[in-house]
Design a protein around this ligand. Structure first.
Ligand SMILES: [Zn+2]
Length: 159
């Protein structure tokens, strides 16, 4: 999930860039006032200061771009999860385990897991298939280790 800390970090980097840009503009103003003066030592010092400020701006901009790319990747991942999650509905197994089951009539149903872990979907925004042991009495999530009561010997339908 896109977290506030990431957005705060992007804003911090953008703010640092804006502040460094402002300082660079101030230095340019001072340099302009020195145009035509005989002693260029102050102009040289200011040019050095300007180069430093522009370097800071560049670093801050790179930081902003990197963090925005991270946010974009997170947003794409969340979008993909939401689309996949929408294909599933709550389902009660014969022995009472509550899982998420692929809805009827989903296009490309064979491309998706039949049953997924509801806990991983809710807590971690993850699509994790449920696996049965050899007897399928329980289904297990390999990610969070949750166990869902599935069938007994006399239950006809086995997943
Ligand atoms: Zn799980």
């Amino acid at each position: 999930m896109i977290d506030i800390a990431t957005i705060t970090a992007v804003l911090g980097a953008a703010s640092a860039g804006a502040s460094a840009t402002g300082q660079a503009v101030d230095v340019v103003g001072k340099l302009k006032n020195l145009v035509g003066s005989k002693d260029d030592s102050e102009a040289k010092a200011l040019a050095g200061e300007l180069a430093d400020q522009l370097y800071q701006v560049r670093i801050a901009n790179l930081e902003v771009v990197t963090q925005l790319q991270d946010l974009q990747r997170q947003a794409e991942k969340e979008d993909e999860f939401k689309q996949t999650r929408a294909l599933y509905a709550p389902f009660k197994l014969p022995q009472g385990g509550k899982v998420l089951k692929l809805k009827q009539g989903v296009d490309d149903a064979s491309e998706h897991w039949e049953l997924i872990c509801p806990i991983c979907a809710v807590n971690n925004q993850k699509i994790v298939p449920l696996q049965g042991s050899s007897d399928h009495f329980d289904l297990k999530c390999a990610n969070c280790n949750s166990v869902f009561p599935n069938v007994t010997w006399d239950t006809a339908e086995v997943y």
